[in-house]
Write a protein that binds this ligand. Structure first.
Ligand SMILES: [Zn+2]
Ligand SMILES: [Zn+2]
Length: 155
């Protein structure tokens, strides 16, 4: 990445197909490489969230997190990660609303925090005339999704 612009459209991304849960470049990378990549994005984005433009405080629990952007070929059920973006914790949890719901079910996040994150994300979309994408049940549950990163199949 050479240039950084805030783009709330990232928040329209639908949930990841179930077959690809837990499969991502991060888990196939060495922890050190992931940390290095994250630091690079934190630096380039100057700790500013790529979706909402908030500058994170960079104190414990409030870092710019690195998100893998998925591009989808729905017809062939192939997903590609070609780009990353640094996001604040709230935007990141909003994108991973499936994971966020899981946290709520397991009691790891309060209902108030869950509602706050969802309403906040919904408002950012509304304010920017954006609509959240949804995946059909058939595509959500399909077992034959493939994920590629840098031309390499990860699953
Ligand atoms: Zn944000
Ligand atoms: Zn992410």
């Amino acid at each position: 990445m050479n240039r950084f612009t805030v783009n709330p459209e990232i928040l329209t991304q639908h949930v990841i197909p179930c077959a690809l849960h837990g499969i991502n470049p991060r888990t196939s990378m060495k922890p050190y490489d992931w940390t290095k990549l994250k630091k690079k994005y934190q630096q380039v984005q100057n700790m500013v969230c790529g979706a909402c433009g908030t500058k994170v405080s960079h104190t414990p629990g409030d870092y710019l997190e690195l998100h893998e952007e998925f591009q989808y070929d729905y017809e062939n059920k192939k997903a590609y990660v070609e780009t990353f973006v640094g996001l604040c914790k709230k935007c990141h949890l909003y994108i991973h609303s499936g994971y966020l719901t899981q946290l709520k079910l397991e009691g790891k996040i309060s209902k108030e925090d869950f509602d706050m994150i969802m309403m906040r994300g919904d408002k950012i979309l509304r304010d920017n005339d954006l609509v959240a994408q949804h995946l059909s049940g058939e595509l959500l549950w399909a077992k034959d999704w493939e994920l590629y990163y840098q031309g390499k199949k990860l699953n």
